[in-house]
Design a protein around this ligand. Structure first.
Ligand SMILES: *Cc1c(COP(=O)(O)O)cnc(C)c1O
Length: 358
């Protein structure tokens, strides 16, 4: 039996989106490929509220995260981490010989603008990396406010991991001063895994021009230069099925559902899950940092999360245990992409039934 996914990626994908993956191939050096890519870029600019160039990569989101920190750090990166995915960015820097410092907070807490200001004031850094929506803890960092601080330091290239939030909650890339904003196909965009997307500002481009060893496949500057020269085609063969599905889904998001409606639906879903979490358990993050796409619930009743998930599985649902050290101590319910209110209500009533909650 198929289990409906309420995990924070990969997400449940609509059948009509899945159908797009089986369309006949087109040549990646054809006019059709250029037109497809151009349409995707124009529509993604609307999703990200940006004028920046859009880059695609046939990797998961981690590919562009690694590419961004390597391609855009000339001096030293300041990585602000609130959990597993923030830390991953630091590990990427170090394993690529990119100088970096890691600043962490306790799990469940957020990065504050003051914290960023304090570190940037030292003048050691020329890049800031932050996670917008930390999928391991359900914390949504105040990127807009952090962006205000970053704007005081013109040298800083600001790169943001919005893998589990972009297209599920409003992210104003240009207003918030984000230079590289990264996401993956398999989270709030509602596609299968296998494609990553980022915005790439002029400032990021100018920085990358000063960085000597940017790698090869994930060199953001070479991707940028290639699509300028070759009319939006890619240096290597991209995942054309994903591009067909993304093109279709962007039309759905922008023209069928509507971007603002999509964001509003995510908040409504989040509020229902939060209310349930507060009624029977507690929420991990503070109220003002709650994620709109995934809710992390403290296991205050000391339930057996694995056993709950097993029983849910028999009924055709799957949620997530806590991540890493939070396993068993928390569990996570994702409400992203094309998840609807009926889906969430059906899930929660099944959980209530299994746990005997009223
Ligand atoms: C899922 C996730 C990633 C990793 O993305 P992949 O597409 O699996 O490489 C990075 N950051 C966040 C916040 C995520 O949720």
């Amino acid at each position: 039996m198929h289990k409906k996914l309420f995990i924070p990626g990969p997400v449940e994908v609509r059948p009509d989106v899945l159908e797009q993956l089986s369309r006949p191939m087109i040549g990646h050096r054809s006019k059709d490929a250029s037109a497809l890519q151009r349409r995707i870029s124009d529509n993604l600019r609307k999703v990200f509220f940006t004028e920046s160039e859009i880059l695609l990569s046939t990797t998961s989101g981690s590919g562009l995260m690694e590419g961004a920190i390597r391609s855009c750090t000339a001096k030293k990166a300041a990585v602000f981490s609130v959990g597993a995915f923030g830390k991953r960015w630091y590990e990427m820097a170090i394993s690529n010989n990119v100088p970096a410092d890691l600043f962490e907070v306790e799990l469940g807490q957020a990065i504050t603008p003051e914290m960023v200001d304090k570190e940037l004031a030292t003048g050691q850094y020329d890049l800031v990396a932050v996670t917008h929506n930390e999928t391991s803890t359900g914390v949504m960092n105040p990127i807009k406010e952090i962006g205000e601080v970053v704007k005081k330091y013109p040298e800083i290239v600001f790169i943001v991991d919005t893998v589990s939030s972009a297209a599920g909650t409003k992210i104003e890339v240009d207003n918030w001063g984000i230079d590289v904003c990264i996401t993956s196909s398999q989270k709030a965009l509602g596609l299968p895994p296998g494609l990553a997307v980022c915005t790439f500002s002029n400032k990021a481009k100018e920085r990358a021009e000063k960085v000597k060893n940017r790698g090869f496949y994930l060199d953001l500057l070479s991707l940028y230069n290639f699509i300028q020269k070759k009319d939006y085609q890619y240096p290597s063969t991209p995942s054309i099925p994903h591009m067909h599905a993304l093109d279709y889904q962007l039309d759905y998001i922008l023209n069928k559902e509507g971007l603002e409606n999509r964001f509003a639906r995510h908040i409504e879903l989040a509020e229902v899950v939060r209310a349930w979490g507060r009624k029977y358990f507690e929420l991990l993050p503070e109220d003002k940092y709650l994620s709109n796409t995934v809710t992390t619930i403290k296991n205050t009743r000391n339930i057996d999360v694995a056993a709950l998930n097993k029983e849910l599985g028999e009924r055709g649902f799957q949620i997530s245990n806590g991540y890493g050290s939070l396993k068993g101590k928390t569990f996570r319910i994702a409400h992203m992409a094309d998840c609807q209110m009926e889906d969430i209500q059906e899930l929660l009533s099944n959980i209530n039934d299994i746990l005997g909650l009223e």
